[in-house]
Design a protein around this ligand. Sequence first.
Ligand SMILES: [Zn+2]
Length: 395
Amino acid sequence: MIRAVLFWLLMSSAAVAQSFTGLARVDPTESRVVDTAGGIDLTLALSQIVPYRVFTLEAPERLVLDFREVNWGDLDTLDFDQAKHVTNVSFGQLRPGWSRMVLELSEPMFLNLASATVEDTDATAVVEISLQRTDAETFAGLSGAPVDPQWGDLFAAPTLQAPNYDDDTLVVVVDPGHGGIDPGAEHGGVTEADLMLTLGIEVAEALNRLDGVEAILTRVSDVFVPLNTRMTIARQNNADLLISLHADALEAGQARGGSVYTLSDKAASVAARRMAERHQRGDLIAGLDLTEQDDRVASVLMDLARAKTGPEGVRFAEVLVANLMENDVRLHRNSLRQGPLAVLNAADFASVLFEVGYLSNDRDRSILLNEDTRKPIVDALAQAVSDWLAMRGLR
Ligand SMILES: [Zn+2]
């Protein structure tokens, strides 16, 4: 029997937020998305109703569902996604208290129906969403992330506390890639997000043991942090250097070993572009509105500042590779590389992306999973920062 039917169709800024408690669990056996004649139907069975909202985004076309808060349990992407019109599904925690599911759509579709029905007998809830194919122009008019103070700014950078270090301290921002709804590369039950967090914490601890160095982490838990927020954290802390930590996974090939990337503004190779895409899909996967992030005037001004920080980043990359070799860390054939990586785009501090190895390579994976075999990597990073600091004549 149906007790309540709630229509929380939030196409723009209308808000529905009530106080519910507890964590709703998803029932994987009753949850799926399927093709229909005119679009898709999505059904999500929950152990109880929680506030939710739903909206679409363009470039690329995506459907986003926010919940407060859902335990995804054993939900399996392949079982859940039975629709040809849904090209990718991701779900997970967005921030503490917030869960999100994002479906990448094969074409523009508008929200035709969003409803939640609660069963009288056991209070379980079924969320049903129906999308209908439409043209790009109509879709664009109906799409966009809702601006709603009640739901807050999910991605605001944490408010900066006054740094307790002095001006001549070298500030190194350690950036564990991915997190939360965006696990990054996955292989053999290991996710890049988890592994980079573990490594990042070890690196930050090693750096903080150095004299005159302060390490700041962009995340300290399995939480999603947008690219822009990572940069904002660095900027707010007056970073001198940003080290973004990643690991790759390739389906084919024998790729292995670490590489250190600096920014390339020249035409990148296909391989470098694909690599950048793999590490940068986070904002897309997490359902961020990407349509307003192009600022060409700012980028011209940034090019000027980058004339200084660019070479400093390259120098750090060289020093890091030298120290990795010194410590017998497995490196890729081309250990110093360049790529069109947005996380290296900042002009006001030097930055590198350190791809520590390949999760798809058994030996690399086992090295990265073991604290003892990670130590030479951590030590090389600390020594490289120390060397770089000496080279800059700051000390
Ligand atoms: Zn990555």
